[in-house]
Design a protein around this ligand. Structure first.
Ligand code: ATP
Ligand code: ZN
Length: 332
């Protein structure tokens, strides 16, 4: 594992995470929990998405894509503001007229706080890639007998500013969502837990799966979390990806039972309320785990792992290989 040391809660990142910034794998930004991604990082993210899609290919998931913002009313109906108000991100916009604009500009000139000039819009930042999926399923009417399997990936936002590069405010999640009977959804969740164990072995990542709970807010939230653990509804794959190689949840395996089915009135072919389960890959954290395990230079990674992730082709080789009409386009 890459050398890691030196994060003692004093705000300093450890050697492993610092070396990612030094080498341009990640690009520091001024707000804690926001960073840019360099080419090497993005190549690994793309490789991971392609690899998980290959593993899932025979499942026949329907691929959907949503913007990283969604309806505020939908997030509210999903119960997010009750369960995780501290993590939510609401989009505020300037909605005033010319007079309000003059006041705003006046404040800007005087370097005053302008936060009051912005009002809540109808959109919020997507906190989990699967959230925009449930309302669309609801709109489809009864499901076919085989249920549904959806693949989705999105940038997600959670307001948890941190100097730990494994805890971003904005990060990508790739998810597979199974909608069907209680048995089908549990079998799907368990299938992906087995696949994830094998995937970690393949990528030489020292992972371990543990029962987990979502970080529900407040007093009542503690009970919800305990119940979730007791019923073994959520599991996480922990991998060294944090400061000093500390373990971080890099994938999650969630059984929602009929929570979303009931909220959105999603019905199976026989009229029963559908159950849902989702598996989520934290793409930034998985990528960090790979850099933590194999070092900050892609060239030094084991050949088999480079191969699984399709890292052999560099952008330059791609360009050299261009021919025909595309090649001509590149050189006009
Ligand atoms: P559910 O649908 O039950 O809310 P989910 O799978 O959609 O669950 P989480 O389990 O909360 O969502 O998160 C999925 C994955 O996203 C985590 O396993 C982790 O890898 C990644 N993740 C979560 N929070 C962060 C963060 N702040 N920074 C980077 N990655 C994160
Ligand atoms: Zn999910």
């Amino acid at each position: 594992m890459a050398k890691a040391a030196d994060s003692k809660g004093d705000g300093r990142v450890d050697d492993f995470q610092a070396s990612l910034l030094d080498r341009g794998v990640l690009v520091a930004q001024t707000v804690p929990g926001l960073c840019g991604r360099g080419d090497a990082f993005e190549r690994v993210v793309s490789g991971l998405i392609a690899l998980t899609r290959r593993i899932a290919a025979a499942d026949g998931a329907e691929r959907l894509a949503f913007p990283p913002v969604m309806s505020r009313a939908h997030l509210e109906r999903n119960g997010y503001f009750s369960a995780f108000p501290n993590l939510a991100g609401c989009v505020h916009c300037f909605m005033g007229g010319p007079e309000d604009h003059r006041r705003l500009v006046g404040k800007l000139v005087c370097e005053e706080d302008v936060a009051d000039e912005f009002r809540p819009s109808k959109v919020v930042l997507v906190p989990a890639a699967c959230y925009p999926v449930y309302p669309t399923l609801s709109a489809r009417g009864a499901l076919p007998p085989e249920g549904a399997l959806i693949e989705v990936a999105s940038y997600c936002f959670r307001h948890e500013p941190s100097t730990d590069l494994a805890r971003q405010q904005s990060f990508r999640m790739q998810e597979f969502i199974r909608v069907g009977s209680p048995e089908e959804t549990m079998a799907f969740r368990d299938l992906w837990m087995r696949r994830a164990e094998r995937l970690c072995a393949m990528l030489a990542l020292p992972g371990r799966v543990e029962v987990a709970n979502d970080p529900f807010f407040g007093e009542a939230g503690r009970d919800l979390g305990e119940r979730q653990r007791h019923d073994a509804l959520k599991f996480e794959m922990l991998l060294p990806a944090g400061p000093e190689g500390a373990p971080r949840a890099c994938m999650s395996f969630n059984a929602h039972r009929d929570h979303f089915g009931a909220i959105w009135d999603i019905r199976r072919h026989d009229g029963e309320v559908a159950h849902t389960a989702c598996v989520g890959f934290g793409l930034e954290r998985l990528t960090l785990a790979l850099f933590c395990a194999h070092g900050t230079e892609l060239a030094g990674w084991p050949a088999a792992i480079r191969d699984y992730l399709g890292l052999e082709l560099t952008g330059r080789e791609d360009a050299d290989a261009l021919s025909g009409v595309i090649g001509e386009l590149a050189h006009v």
